[in-house]
Design a protein around this ligand. Structure first.
Ligand SMILES: [Zn+2]
Length: 253
């Protein structure tokens, strides 16, 4: 890094001009650590925008390798990184984009056993996953450690985004029970759908880190890409939620 402070770095000039961010906000972003769970379509968009925003430490987790069928949407990876572990390919691209930040790549599966170590030092969890089970691991860890969980999911041309904040909002499992069987077959998706959702996740993450604006707390944003309609549905915590229901009961006897 140059001798400039982070806040005085021209790289971030266009956002430090914003009164909501300013030099102090930039310093806060530089001290923040975000876990991006999954280096796929969602993680690609959120990682680039969080790196560009100067989030000081990005940990990116993925256990897969880059395949040719990923490249319609997973813009962290390029043709020459085919067959490489996604977490390493992602770290190379993020570092090339912003060499001033720290990037940690974790080539592991997200499991209940490993998640606590992955979350060491982390301020916010960003969901770039595609399975209920792995999301359930993130959700339980978010509740256990009191960390905000920025959720997104995509299907076809459509996307959904919400911010689950323990003690303040509904959680992932208030919304989704996992009863629906998951397909073994790959689902169709246009790359811009995770691109949109991942970009919104990056926006929400910056807002939560800086405590600005009105994040998607207790709101589920749904984007229908074919109609290009967007609406936010209000959410309420489910008292019978298997993940946060008991905690709610304990807090509100
Ligand atoms: Zn819940």
């Amino acid at each position: 890094m140059s001798g400039l402070s982070v806040a005085g770095d021209d790289r971030y000039l266009r956002q430090t001009l914003l009164p909501e961010i300013g030099p102090k906000g930039q310093e806060r972003l530089a001290k923040a650590c975000v876990l991006i769970a999954g280096a796929g379509g969602l993680g690609s968009a959120s990682a680039f925008y969080l790196a560009g925003a100067g989030v000081g430490h990005i940990k990116i987790v993925d256990n897969d390798i880059v395949e040719i069928s990923n490249l319609n949407r997973q813009i962290l990876h390029v043709d020459k990184t085919l067959r490489q572990p996604k977490a390493l390919s992602a770290a190379d691209q993020i570092t090339a984009f912003n060499p001033e930040i720290q990037v940690t790549s974790l080539c592991e599966r997200i499991t209940h056993d490993r998640i606590t170590a992955m979350l060491d030092g982390v301020d916010i969890i960003v969901d770039g996953l595609d399975s209920f089970k792995a999301r359930q691991v993130l959700n339980r860890a978010s509740l256990k450690h009191g960390l905000p969980y920025v959720y997104a999911g995509v299907n076809g041309f459509d996307a959904m985004i919400s911010c689950f904040v323990p003690g303040q909002t509904a959680c992932f499992e208030c919304l989704f029970s996992g009863n629906a069987p998951e397909s073994d077959q790959p689902l169709g998706v246009i790359g811009a759908a995770p691109g949109l959702a991942g970009s919104i996740q990056a926006m929400e993450t910056v807002k939560l880190l800086l405590d600005i604006g009105r994040p998607l707390k207790n709101r589920l944003m749904r984007i229908s890409g074919l109609d290009m309609r967007c609406h936010c549905m209000d959410l309420t915590p489910n008292p019978a939620c298997p993940a946060c229901g008991k905690a709610l009961a304990a807090d509100n006897p």
